[in-house]
Design a protein around this ligand. Structure first.
Ligand code: EPU
Length: 433
């Protein structure tokens, strides 16, 4: 079982490179199923989720070659993946539905289950595919979509990131024009559309709420380096703000991180963009208010890390989680460390200024795992973060190593640490990407 040992670590300093974005790489890998030709992705991060997606592509008939830091995918013929445990445990598996349907006229998948942070249905994906002419049949835990796709006007009831990506990938090979209204505007959507553009797709409006796709006969191979991970960069920015650090996040795109940087700046941190990336100096001192929203609003994936920062400010911070219905699981663990946090439905009230004391805590999802690592930096003594489901390595490329490179005491333990774990949170863990 992965476990991490984190010690009190004031004033992080130095430079760390930001890895390529998990949530950009996963849909781009799914897009490789749209062509017979070879796709090459550079700077692919060493993450469990990426490995799982490559496994899923293999089970769809693609040939996958991993080289140091890059991946080649060639999907000469494609098929539905069949029974594969990765499909149920990895939420992003649903992103192969649009490409397989567009390319092969059908796709049969195990439904990605609910997960720790919320139910996460795929109704918007299916409704959009039906608009494009697909027949949808659901039986037991399986969903089958089939049919020849024709361009259509689609309105998304909510700007779902995954549904927007799936529908774009389905529409690029559909006959005619598709318009998606109320589309998600995340940078990862723009990145996917850039890659699809290099493959020969015709897409306008990516990054806005109205995306237009003109279907083409076929797509071809392409090479691409996806964007840096704004959530990894944000997590490290929170580590700097928490410890009164002075840190350069090499390659970070501050234009993708505006909402977080406004929060940190209001709280007293100096955030400066320069040619090499993003520099942060100083400590977050003032309490903050954060409401999670779709991009460009404050990202739900940053809620847990920023909450840790809020525990060390002077005063009462107010957070509102509006995207996922169960994304406060880290609160119980932060309380074990001594944080004063009250949760009322979607609302969390964080009383800052309480001393945190290291103890044993458990990661319940990916961003909760990262938040607990940060809390360990601010807690007196040692904190052991148990991560039975391996959440951290799903979405962060060596977070403990990057924190250590900035002077933190943080390492992965191979053997269980000699600390007593309080009972609780030992149920089944599921995927959260
Ligand atoms: N939703 C529906 N029906 C749908 C689709 C979504 O009700 O058909 C709801 C979800 O249940 C949720 C909300 O809409 O309450 C947002 O879901 P969305 O589809 O936008 O999220 P996603 O595509 O499943 C991606 C990221 C998440 C990130 C969210 C929100 C990937 C692989 N995952 O998930 O990342 O939190 O967007 O920004 O891109 C993470 O990296 O830790 C992570 C969870």
């Amino acid at each position: 079982m992965p476990q991490y040992l984190v010690g009190f670590s004031p004033r992080l300093s130095g430079e760390v490179p930001i890895s390529t974005a998990k949530n950009a790489v996963l849909p781009i890998l799914a897009a490789a199923l749209l062509t017979q030709e070879e796709i090459i992705l550079y700077k692919t991060p060493d993450l469990t989720d990426v490995k799982h997606m490559l496994g899923i592509l293999r089970s769809c008939g693609a040939e996958v070659t991993e080289e140091k830091g890059s991946v080649r995918v060639r999907a000469v013929n494609v098929n539905s993946p069949g029974e594969n445990a990765l499909l149920r445990t990895m939420r992003a598996s649903v992103l192969i539905m649009g490409p397989l349907l567009a390319r092969a006229g059908e796709c049969c998948l195990s439904m990605p289950g609910g997960c720790a942070i919320g139910q996460r249905p795929i109704d918007l994906h299916l409704k959009g595919l039906q608009k494009l002419g697909a027949k949808v049949a659901q039986e037991g835990g399986t969903v089958q979509v089939s049919g020849l796709l024709k361009g259509a006007n689609i309105y998304l009831d909510f700007p779902s990131v995954g549904a927007t990506e799936n529908l774009i990938m389905a529409a690029v090979l559909a006959k005619g024009v598709t318009r998606i209204e109320n589309a998600a505007k995340e940078p990862e959507i723009i990145d996917l559309c850039k890659m699809l553009g290099l493959m020969g797709a015709r897409i306008a409006g990516a990054g806005t709420a109205n995306i237009m796709i003109e279907g083409v006969e076929r797509l071809h191979g392409a090479e691409y380096t996806p964007i840096p991970d704004r959530i990894e960069a944000g997590t490290l920015a929170c580590a700097a703000a928490l410890t009164e650090g002075s840190v350069l996040l090499e390659g970070a795109r501050s234009d993708h991180m505006r909402a977080l940087l406004f929060k940190l700046t209001e709280s007293g941190v100096i955030c400066q963009e320069d040619a090499r990336g993003l520099r942060l100096r100083g400590k977050a001192r003032h309490p903050m208010e954060a409401r999670t929203l779709s991009y460009p609003g404050f990202p739900t994936d940053m809620q847990a890390p920023l909450m840790v920062v809020a525990t060390q400010t002077h005063g009462l911070s107010v957070f509102l989680e509006t995207i996922f219905e169960n994304r406060y699981m880290h609160v119980v663990e932060l309380r074990r460390l001594g944080a004063h946090i009250r949760v009322e439905g979607q609302l969390a009230l964080i009383q800052g200024g309480r001393t945190l004391n290291g103890t044993a805590v458990t990661a319940t999802d990916l961003r909760a795992a990262a938040a607990l690592m940060l809390a360990g930096l601010a807690a007196q003594g040692q904190t052991t973060v148990a991560d039975p489901a391996g959440h951290l390595a799903r979405g962060y490329e060596g977070l403990e190593e990057k924190l250590s490179a900035l002077g933190a005491s943080a390492r992965r333990l191979d053997a269980p640490a000699n600390l007593t774990k309080k009972p609780g949170n030992d149920g089944e863990f599921m995927a959260t990407n």
